[in-house]
Design a binder for this molecule. Sequence first.
Ligand code: NAP
Ligand code: ZN
Length: 363
Amino acid sequence: MKFYDPVKVYEDTDCVSKHAGELASLGKHALIVTGKHSSRLNGSLTDVMRALSSHGVICDIYDEVKQNPDVESVMAARDLGLSKGADFVIGIGGGSPMDAAKAVALMIKHKDCDPEFLYDTSKADITDALPLAAVPTTCGTGSEVTAVSVLEIKERRSKQSIKHKFFFDLALLDPKYLMSMPKSVLRTTAVDALCHLTESRINSTATSFSIMTNRMGFELWRSARDIISGDEDMSPEGAQALLEASTMGGMSIVQTDTSVPHGLSYRVTIMGGVPHGRACGYFLPNYIEHADREVRREVLSAMGFSDTDYLREFYVKLFGETSVSEEVLEAAVDDVMKNSTGKLALCPFKCDYETLREIAGLK
Ligand code: NAP
Ligand code: ZN
C-alpha cells in the first residue's frame, strides 16, 4: 500500500499573498497560464502578479486557455514562455489552465521536442519539468494535486491524459475565488469532484489510504450539497468545504485513478459538447448500481442519498434532462473497451461489454 502526493498545499484566505515568498522562490521569471476572463474577475490573477512583483519576479501571461485545452494551445504557451525566458510556470483557474500549465512546463523544459512527445509512451518516464505552481479557482478537478494533464486531441475527437505524470510543486488554495462562480461552473465542477470521490472508492485499487481522503472529501461535499443544488446561497464556509472536497477528490484519484464514468465521459464532452463534470456525472448512478452492495451503500450514504434514484433526481435538478446521442455513447463504449488495461481494469466488478453498455445507458 502506498500514499504519494508530493505537492505542498496551503489553504487559507489570502493564501497567495501569505505565501508570496514561497511562490516567488520557484524562479525569477514566471509564465502565468490562465483562461481569458475568470482569473481577472475573481482576483486570483491580480493576487499572483502582486505576490510576484513584491519579490522582484517578472511575469508574462498566456491567457488563451479554453475549456478542454488542446495540444496547440500548450505549444503556443510554450513558445511564449521560451521567447520570454520563463523559468517557472503558474497555472491559475480551473482544471483547464492547470492541466495546460503542467504540459507547458514539461514542453519548455524539453524545448526541442515535438508535440508528439506528450503522447509518446516510450518517453513517459521523462517527467522533469519547470517548477510549477497552481492556484485553483473551481471546485472539481483537483488537478492541483494530481499528476495528470488531460488535453484534447483534435484528430481523434477525444481527450486523453498526456503520458508523463508529475505534480505541481506548490498549490495555493483560496476559497474566496470560488465566490464568483456562476451556478453552471459550480454545479459541473462539484459533480466532477463527486465522481472523483466515487470512482476512487468504487475502484479495484482502493486502499485504506485512498479511502481516508475519500471519506473526508465526501463529508465536505455533503456539507455543501444545498449550495450546489441552489437551495442555499454560496458562503465562505461553503466555498472552503467545496474547495477542500475537490482537493481531496484529487488526492484520492492520485492513489487509484478514475474509472469507467470518466472513461466514458471524454467522447461526451468532445463530441457531445457536455462539460466535463456533467459528462462524468451522467454515468455515475449506473456505475454505482453495479457496485458491490456494501460499497454502494457506503458511497450513497456518504453523499447523503438513500438510493441511486435520489442521485438521479439531484443530477436532473442541477442540469435538467441530458440527452446524449447513441453515436456518441457507442463511441464512448468502444473507447473504454479498446483500452482494457485502462479504466476497465480499475473497475472492481466484472465489467464486460454488456455491462459497459448498461452503464452507458445503451440497450
Ligand atoms: P475549466 O474548463 O477550467 O473552466 C470552466 C469555466 O469556468 C471557464 O469558462 C472558466 O473561465 C470559468 N471559471 C473558472 N474559475 C472560475 C471562477 N472562480 N469564477 C467564475 N468562472 C470561473 O473547468 P474545470 O471543470 O475546472 O476543468 C475541466 C478540465 O479539467 C477538463 O479539461 C478536464 O478533462 C480536466 N480534468 C483534469 C483532472 C486532473 O486530474 N488533472 C481531473 C479532472 C478533470 P475562463 O476560461 O475565463 O478562465
Ligand atoms: Zn474529472
